[in-house]
Design a protein around this ligand. Structure first.
Ligand SMILES: Cc1cc2nc3c(=O)[nH]c(=O)nc-3n(C[C@H](O)[C@H](O)[C@H](O)COP(=O)(O)OP(=O)(O)OC[C@H]3O[C@@H](n4cnc5c(N)ncnc54)[C@H](O)[C@@H]3O)c2cc1C
Length: 406
């Protein structure tokens, strides 16, 4: 970029925002991050850092920190209503749900914040209220009343990004996939071990319990919900909705209902994707879930957030103009995003049977997938191989050799 130390404002201090901030600061940009919440939001279950994101984490020098913060999950047991194990997917086996770099989301957010906080400004409890693009800068008015000008503004504020709306208007829309997910942290019980437990109930419900490092258990409650019903979900009625869905689900649903009743930290939202026609406009750009949320069921939200942030920073540092950099970021990143956003047919509905018979069929199919012969075939076919640190079809992740002139 022509300006010596371009001033960049990033909205959102989760995964995408601080990753972009790290790289931009390293390349000599002057970075500010604004976060709407009062403090870092550390909720959520385990997330994976895989594919090209693992390489980005290594280049940032935090791969070992992420490995050290591993949840210690040994794999997933697929259980029935009597907690009998119907199938097991150990961490190192084929078709495993547990990844090598598996970390509780809040731990990763904290690592990224600690890595960046000394070298840039973080403003919590504030958000962008107005954006006005002028010839050489963007004038920003914050909810706190503060006003400031920047060279560029990047939205990294998640799937419901309000900054995206200020930048792009009503495009893109959130594509709801018919599934709702709630996350909450609950007290550890005797039945909880270092194995995740996945339970499918009738009436299109699924419960998942996973270990963490803090001696608590991370629970998620998942259920199919029509779009019409989903539109009625709000902060006030979320507990009521969850309690209704847990009723009669069997297994440890009553325990979960008790936890829902007393929890003050429940994250409940629809599962969906963001497919934006473009990720930049004028001096504005977006990254992470705000731009291309692939849906949590893809297991790739964090990977896309890391990769996109790294690419956007690298392209900005190696092009003369932000217009060229934005165009190049899209050119490299879009085919990768499109490959990740392709969900297999029938997802998520097939995993959420309506009837008890449907549940037995799902459990039987999963039992076959976990069986020794299928595991062997899968490993021969390579599905147990470590995921490659490349973009789609073997395209290498670009390396940027930039001298910081600060
Ligand atoms: C509390 C929470 C729990 C989550 N739990 C899980 C989970 O268990 N499993 C999973 O797969 N994914 C989870 N996610 C989503 C996951 O973090 C993302 O899919 C992925 O890591 C990409 O991250 P991101 O930085 O693009 O967006 P996000 O992680 O969604 O972060 C967006 C950040 O922007 C902030 N923000 C929102 N609006 C504004 C605004 N107007 N101005 C300033 N800041 C704003 C938010 O507070 C948040 O810190 C969770 C997200 C959050 C926020």
């Amino acid at each position: 970029m022509v300006t010596p130390h371009p001033k960049v404002l990033i909205s959102g201090a989760s995964i995408a925002g601080p990753t972009l901030a790290y790289w931009l600061q390293k390349y000599g940009f002057d970075v500010t991050v604004v976060e709407r919440a009062l403090t870092l939001r550390l909720g959520g279950q385990s997330i994976d850092v895989n594919g090209p994101a693992r390489k980005v984490a290594r280049l940032m020098g935090i791969e070992e920190q992420i490995r050290a913060a591993n949840t210690g999950e040994m794999g997933t047991h697929w259980v029935d209503k009597n907690n009998q194990i119907k199938a097991s997917f150990p961490k190192d086996g084929a078709n495993s749900l547990t990844q090598e770099l598996e970390i509780v989301r809040g731990d990763l957010v904290q690592i990224l914040y600690d890595l960046t906080k000394e070298n840039m400004t973080y403003h919590f409890d504030d958000q962008i209220q107005e954006l006005s693009e002028e010839a050489n800068q963007v004038h920003v008015t914050f909810a706190s009343g503060r006003q400031e000008s920047y060279d560029l503004v990047v939205a990294a504020d998640g799937i419901r990004s309000s900054t995206r709306k200020l930048m792009f208007g009503d495009e893109p829309v959130f594509k709801y996939l018919g599934l709702c997910t709630a996350y909450l942290t609950i007290a550890k019980a005797e039945t909880d071990t270092q194995w995740a437990r996945w339970y499918t109930a009738d009436d299109s419900r699924m419960l998942l319990l996973r270990p963490d490092r803090e001696g608590t258990t991370r629970a998620s409650i998942n259920f199919l919900l029509s779009e019409e019903e989903y539109r009625k979900v709000n902060k006030q009625n979320k507990k009521e909705i969850l309690l209704a869905r847990l009723e009669g689900a069997g297994w440890e649903a009553e325990r979960l209902a008790r936890e829902v009743e007393k929890s003050d930290d429940i994250y409940l939202d629809g599962v969906g994707q963001i497919k934006a026609p473009c990720w930049a406009k004028g001096r504005f750009a977006m990254i992470g879930d705000a731009a291309y949320c692939p849906a949590p069921i893809s297991g790739k939200g964090t990977t896309l957030a890391f990769t996109g942030a790294y690419l956007l920073a690298g392209e900005l540092a190696t092009h003369d103009t932000y217009e060229e950099a934005f165009a190049s970021y899209e050119r490299i990143m879009r085919p990768y995003v499109e490959s990740v956003q392709k969900l297999p047919p029938g997802v998520p509905r097939l995993a959420y049977p309506k009837t008890a018979l449907g549940v037995s069929i799902v459990n039987a199919v999963v039992g076959i997938m976990a069986s020794e012969p299928v595991q062997k075939i899968a490993s021969v076919l390579g599905s147990s191989e470590e995921e490659k640190e490349e973009l789609q079809d073997g395209t290498p992740l670009p390396e940027y050799h930039v001298e910081n002139k600060r």
